[in-house]
Write a protein that binds this ligand. Structure first.
Ligand code: HEC
Length: 143
């Protein structure tokens, strides 16, 4: 009789302890929770940690000058790989004569040693601004 009561008490105590145990076990791998949270946060963190564009401005909003300085100048400033140098009217004259749209089109597609978009991630608009900036240095009057 006494023993039966005792085991019942134990069972009750066990039942009372069980949730505490379970919750302790559940909360123990807290670092896993943290990892999971970090994983969930990561894409945001990655976006924020992504290196800024060379000009410091967000892609899509760079001016022609910014894109030129960040990307195009690598070749066009000194004439690397046969690139027509910025401000060189002799080199740019015949090219400017093709018209703005033709220049933008070849800058977009790439030409000779120039990779498409000069190897940049420029938007069409940014690229057009950079072409205008570059051609205008050699006497064009593109907008
Ligand atoms: C890797 C070097 C390089 C980079 C970077 C580069 N260019 Fe060029 N670019 C060239 C070369 C080389 C040519 C001459 C291609 C030819 O006529 O064979 C050229 C030609 C051009 C032309 C004349 C195209 C034509 O039809 O005559 C334009 C416009 C131009 N580049 C704009 C740009 C702009 C804008 C950028 C930056 C977004 C840029 N380039 C970045 C190498 C480069």
């Amino acid at each position: 009789m006494m023993q039966k009561r005792c085991s019942r008490l134990l069972a009750i105590a066990g039942l009372a302890i069980l949730p505490a145990l379970v919750s302790a076990m559940g909360s123990r791998p807290q670092s896993n929770d943290e990892e999971a949270a970090n994983l969930r946060i990561q894409p945001v963190a990655k976006v924020r940690l992504a290196p800024p564009t060379a000009s410091g401005a967000a892609t899509g909003s760079r001016s022609g000058e910014e894109l030129y300085k960040a990307v195009c100048s690598a070749c066009h400033e000194t004439g690397v790989a046969g690139a027509p140098k910025a401000g060189d009217k002799t080199a740019w004259g015949p090219r400017i004569a093709q018209g703005f749209d033709a220049l933008v089109a070849s800058a977009k597609a790439g030409k000779g040693a120039m990779p498409p978009k000069g190897g940049s991630d420029a938007t069409d608009e940014e690229l057009a601004r950079a072409v205008a900036y570059l051609a205008n240095k050699a006497g064009a009057n593109f907008k």
